[in-house]
Every structure is written in structure tokens, then in C-alpha cells.
Design a protein around this ligand. Structure first.
Ligand code: NAD
Ligand code: TYD
Length: 349
């Protein structure tokens, strides 16, 4: 039996990871620690919430005393750390919230792990889930590889870069066993509709304008979230301690082409003439400091660990649209804010 702490498990990627771990490893206790900020939604995990190896803990990673006592009480063997503030536009409005959660929160968890495990690091792992945005912005050519220098350009990416540095510093200074992965943009079911793809799906559904920043020429490398969860599982079990792995979809899209494709998939889904929803596209003021291009070279993941994305983007985007259309209650609860009452109702607190 191993006791795994997953932080941020009620969020988008975390909930897919928790589901995978709970179902695939009945011999593990999976502790999902989440503060349930606006981005945390326990409705994401309804299908596993009664599993005997799943345990939810409402908690704040920045509360070091709480983290210390949880480590003592639950005897965690490993941490899979996803809890974070994750939206670039929010980081532009309020950088301090990102500094607090992403940097202080990570260091508080590192301290708890270091203190609790210090007698014996054997079989322990602090796995930090990070982003390709720490590498900055690419021009037309080239890819981010594991050795690319850090060059973060937004308050979000600066806070994630800083947390990555702290994780490596704890490995170097105290011998803490760590792994870091840096992943490209995720998409798929359960993503909060502030991010480009679910925001557009929701707006097309409601016949609202689709805000494309600047000229829409910026490029992102998209990976289906379930493929990211599978990659995390692979790295957690087979990754080299002290190692870093880049995870990506080999799947670059200009924002404008992506939004047009999404419009067409939505039109086909609703039996409308293809092209109808594209009329909603509206070019708006560019994001401040908008990174031009992200693209991951994930060949280390494939060469060393045999991981590859399982879905083609065309299939992934169809599945994503179908999920949002079949789960309109989820979407409506998010847009109305009702999902935030779920915890109170479910846990009677
Ligand atoms: P998300 O915003 O959907 O979820 C974040 C979760 O963290 C939420 O459930 C929230 O309640 C929780 N949280 C926030 N502050 C907390 C705190 N102080 N204590 C405990 N829990 C707290 O994010 P996501 O998109 O699922 O991303 C998860 C991780 O993966 C993040 O670390 C992010 O940087 C990284 N990442 C995301 C992407 C992407 O495309 N979404 C890509 C690469 C890496
Ligand atoms: P987003 O989903 O916020 O992810 P990130 O900024 O982490 O890459 O944005 C993806 C791309 O889409 C990014 O280039 C910004 C752009 N974008 C828009 O054009 N309009 C929007 O309303 C949003 C949210 C993003």
C-alpha cells in the first residue's frame, strides 16, 4: 500500500489524474488535497468519490503547518503536485496570488516533504507538474527541449519557473528525490471555461462573440488531457529521479485556425451549415506580453519511457465538443457559480 498525495486534484488536469490513479491502482491510497478555489470543482470526480482508496482533503498548500501535520497523519510516500493558479490572464491582473500559491505553496510542500521524509528518502518522490511556458516564447523555428534555458515572460510562467527552481534546489541541497515535467497546453473535458477552447465552446453554444487576441497568429501545442494524465502515470512509475521530461502533443495550431476548426466541429455537431459559427469570431486587444509560440519536443518521453499521445487532434476536439454538449449541467453550474455549493452539500460543511 502506498499513500499518494495529489494536490489540485479537483482541478482540470488533477481530476483526470486522480481518476486514473484511483481506478488503476486499488492498492494505493489517493489523497486529493485541494483548496477548492474558483478552479476546483468536486463535481469533476463524482464517479470516483465513493471509491475506498479515494480520500478528499480540503486544504491550502500555502499553510505549512497544515501540510506538516497532514504528512505526519497520512504518512505520504509521494507527492504529485498540481495545485496552482493556472490562468495567464488572471496572473496579469493579480500577480501576487500566483506568487503566493505557486511559489510559497510549492516551498511549503517541499518543506513538509523534507521534514517528514528526512530520515529516509528511499522510495519517496516529490513530482512537480509544470508547464512549457517557463521556457518563454519561440520564434517560427525550433522546439523546447529539456535543456532549453528558462525565460518566463508572464507572471504565471515566472511563478511556475520559480517553483521549478525551488524543486531543483531542494533536490540539490537536501537530496530530496524529485521529478519535474513541463507540459504544453492541455484541452479536453472539465476544463474551466476561461481557457480558450472551453470558452469558445461555451460562447458558440450561447451565440456570443469569440474573442481572439491580436491577430490570432499565436501558436500553441495542444495535448488531450487524458494523454497528459497517462504521461504523468508513466513518469511517476518509470521516470528517473532527479529527471526532467517535456510532454507535448506534437500538435501546433495558430489560435485563429483552432477557433475556426472548433466553430466547424460545433456546426457539424448541431447539424448547422459549416461556417455559421465562424461569424462569431471577433478580434480583440492582444494579451499584454503575449507569448508568440510554444512547441514541445517530447522525444525524450517517447525514447526513454515509450509514451506518445494516443489521440489525433481531430478526434480529441470532437470528443471534447461532445463532452461539453453532453454535460451542459456541468457547464451551467460553472457559469452560474453553483458548482461551488457542491462541497457544502456533499460534505455538509
Ligand atoms: P486548474 O486551475 O484547473 O486547477 C488548479 C487546482 O488547484 C484547483 O482545483 C484549485 O482549487 C487548486 N488550488 C489552487 N490553489 C490552491 C491552494 N492554495 N491549495 C490547494 N489547492 C489549490 O489547473 P490545471 O489546468 O488543472 O493545471 C494543473 C497543473 O498543471 C498546474 O500546476 C499547471 O501549472 C500545470 N499545467 C497546466 C497546463 C494546462 O494547459 N492547463 C499545461 C501544463 C501544465
Ligand atoms: P489559454 O487557453 O489562456 O492558454 P495559455 O495562455 O496558457 O496558452 O490561451 C491559449 C491561447 O489563446 C493564447 O495564445 C491566448 C489565446 N486566447 C485568445 O485568443 N482569446 C481568449 O479569450 C483566451 C482565453 C485565450
Amino acid at each position: 500500500m502506498r499513500n499518494l498525495l495529489v494536490t489540485g486534484g479537483a482541478g482540470f488536469i488533477g481530476s483526470h489524474l486522480v481518476r486514473l490513479l484511483v481506478n488503476k491502482y486499488p492498492e494505493y491510497n489517493i489523497y486529493n488535497l485541494d483548496l477548492l478555489t474558483y478552479a476546483g470543482n468536486l463535481e469533476n470526480l463524482i464517479d470516483v468519490e465513493n471509491s475506498s482508496n479515494y480520500h478528499f482533503i480540503k486544504g491550502d498548500i500555502t499553510d505549512e503547518a497544515q501540510m506538516m501535520s497532514l504528512f505526519r497523519e497520512k504518512q505520504f510516500d509521494a507527492v504529485l503536485h498540481l495545485a496552482a493558479e493556472s490562468h495567464v490572464d488572471r496572473s496579469i491582473l493579480d500577480p501576487m496570488a500566483f506568487l503566493k500559491t505557486n511559489i510559497l505553496g510549492t516551498v511549503s510542500l517541499l518543506n513538509a516533504a523534507k521534514s517528514f521524509w528526512k530520515e529516509n528518502f528511499e522510495g519517496k518522490l516529490f513530482y512537480h507538474i509544470s508547464t512549457d511556458e517557463v521556457f518563454g516564447s519561440l520564434g517560427e523555428e525550433g522546439f523546447f527541449v529539456e535543456t532549453t534555458s528558462y525565460d518566463p515572460k508572464s507572471p504565471y510562467s515566472a511563478s511556475k519557473a520559480s517553483s521549478d527552481h525551488f524543486v531543483r534546489a531542494y533536490s540539490n541541497t537536501y537530496g530530496l528525490p524529485v521529478i519535474i515535467t513541463n507540459c504544453s497546453n492541455n484541452y479536453g473535458p472539465n476544463q474551466f471555461p476561461e481557457k480558450l477552447i472551453p470558452l469558445c465552446i461555451n460562447n458558440i453554444k450561447n451565440k456570443k462573440p469569440l474573442p481572439v487576441y491580436g491577430t490570432g497568429e499565436n501558436i500553441r501545442d495542444w495535448l488531450y488531457v487524458i494523454d497528459h494524465a497517462a504521461a504523468i502515470d508513466k513518469v511517476f512509475h518509470k521516470g528517473k529521479i532527479g529527471g526532467t521530461y517535456n510532454i507535448g502533443g506534437f500538435n501546433e495550431w495558430k489560435n485563429i485556425d483552432l477557433v475556426r476548426t472548433l466553430c466547424d466541429v460545433m456546426d457539424r455537431y448541431h447539424g448547422k451549415e459549416v461556417g455559421t459559427s465562424q461569424e462569431l469570431i471577433t478580434f480583440v486587444t492582444d494579451r499584454a506580453g503575449h507569448d508568440m509560440r510554444y512547441a514541445i519536443d517530447a522525444s525524450k518521453m517517447s525514447n526513454e519511457l515509450g509514451w506518445q499521445p494516443s489521440l489525433q487532434f481531430e478526434e480529441g476536439i470532437e470528443k471534447t465538443v461532445a463532452w461539453y454538449m453532453e454535460n451542459q449541467v456541468w457547464l451551467d453550474n460553472i457559469t452560474s457559480g453553483d458548482y461551488q455549493h457542491y462541497y457544502q452539500n456533499q460534505y455538509n460543511r
